[in-house]
Design a binder for this molecule. Structure first.
Ligand SMILES: [Zn+2]
Length: 229
């Protein structure tokens, strides 16, 4: 099975689909799924993608879903110009989108939510889709997929109120968007820096100032790293 195997941010995905050739008969519906397993906690990026590819190949499938949406980004799996295999009744002329996690008891959150809404919204615009073109796997299956906690009206409300983050911000002067209530919002452009700081346990990320410090620290690290001897 050939997979595209790239991981994009929301802005990169928007750029990717802008000139993407969706085929002679572009998809006219999106089908939303959840992976159920792996859960968000079990997700390991590239390792999980490789595992899923092996799993589908083991079933003898020539394709799988088109996209996997996780905390670490939007993973391009099967090409969107071809039919994927993800929902028996809905495989033709649709794009199958797997949200990584188990959403029978909780709704999307964090970067997964941001990435999912950004992906669905940008595809809907690009392919000129209406709300009724956004399908859930369970619309044609006894499964609960994409999770009992995920309801269409909630999704449509979220899509309407979705705000994209600044595209080319200057983290030093532009400031950082106000976090929503008590959760700290890590902007996409700061996510590599924050991951770096957390991975190396440099300091904790609790406030916007911590995010800003992470970005500065990461930039400094990159400069030093690339400086010739
Ligand atoms: Zn499903």
């Amino acid at each position: 099975m050939e997979i595209i195997n790239r991981r994009l941010t929301v802005h990169e995905f928007e750029d990717y689909i802008k000139n993407y050739y969706f085929g002679t008969k572009p998809a006219n519906k999106l089908v939303i799924h959840h992976t159920w397993r792996p859960t968000t906690e079990q997700w390991q990026g590239q390792t999980s993608i490789n595992g899923l590819k092996g799993y589908y190949e083991g079933k003898g499938w020539p394709a799988g879903p088109h996209l996997f949406i996780a905390e670490d980004g939007i993973w391009l799996f099967s090409p969107m110009r071809k039919d994927g295999i993800h929902a028996a009744a809905f495989n033709h002329q649709t794009i199958g989108i797997e949200i990584v996690g188990d959403y029978d008891n909780q709704i999307w959150k964090g970067q997964t939510k941001y990435n999912a809404l950004g992906t669905i919204r940008s595809l809907a615009i690009r392919l000129n889709l209406k709300e009724e073109d956004i399908l859930f796997h369970r619309d044609a299956s006894p499964k609960t997929c994409p999770g009992t906690a995920i309801q269409k009206q909630w999704l449509f409300d979220e899509l309407r109120s979705y705000r994209t983050k600044p595209r080319f911000p200057n983290p030093i002067t532009d400031g950082i968007p106000t976090p929503a209530e008590d959760e700290i919002l890590i902007p996409i452009w700061a996510s590599d820096a924050v991951s770096f700081v957390l991975k190396h346990r440099l300091f904790e990320i609790r406030t916007d100032d911590d995010v800003r410090d992470a970005v500065k620290f990461y930039r400094f690290y990159q400069i030093v790293k690339n400086e010739p001897e």
